[in-house]
Design a protein around this ligand. Structure first.
Ligand code: CMX
Length: 132
């Protein structure tokens, strides 16, 4: 069901500022996009088969601003790639896994995503991510 780690989301105060580290080690920061309904700006860094996703809040009531306020900058979520996010949600639900999203929502770069409740994942926010 899970193909690979599609990306690791990192909550940052400023993408502009965070870029400097990744560029200093020779990586390319690209694909900036605002996901309006989730109040985040994202940028991607391809690293081999996976990516780092930098997440910056677009408003004070953004979940990313709340996360940074509570825990500081750092790893926000891990996203596993699946072929069919709806099917994956159904399988997990039937196995008693607590979901945040019962239905997929739109993610960055034309993906369909859904979050699993951290209560079912040892405190880590897990995203399921279907490309295309
Ligand atoms: N890490 C660990 N726990 C987290 C968490 C995180 N990053 N974010 C939320 N939680 C916990 C909360 O503390 C809460 O726990 P309790 O139920 O014990 O209080 C629980 O998860 C539910 O969180 P919530 O904020 O009450 O629930 P919401 O439904 O309002 O929001 C979520 C959940 C995950 C969608 C939201 O917090 C969030 O992070 N939204 C931004 C999503 C994002 O990163 N989008 C980027 C684009 C997507 C992409 O393409 O990758």
């Amino acid at each position: 069901m899970l193909k690979k780690v599609n990306h690791i989301g990192i909550a940052v105060k400023s993408i502009e500022e965070a870029k400097r580290f990744y560029e200093a080690i020779g990586l390319v920061v690209e694909g900036e996009e605002v996901v309006e309904e989730q109040k985040v700006r994202v940028a991607f860094i391809q690293v081999g088969e996976t990516r780092i996703e930098l997440l910056e809040a677009t408003s004070e009531d953004s979940p990313v601003a709340k996360f940074i306020g509570k825990r500081g900058e750092g790893i926000h979520h891990i996203a596993f790639q699946v072929d069919d996010v709806e099917k994956a949600l159904e399988v997990l639900k039937n196995k008693g896994v607590r979901l945040i999203d019962e239905k997929p929502r739109r993610g960055a770069h034309n993906t369909r995503i859904a979050f699993i409740h951290p209560k079912s994942t040892n405190g880590v926010l897990v995203e399921l991510c279907q490309e295309g």
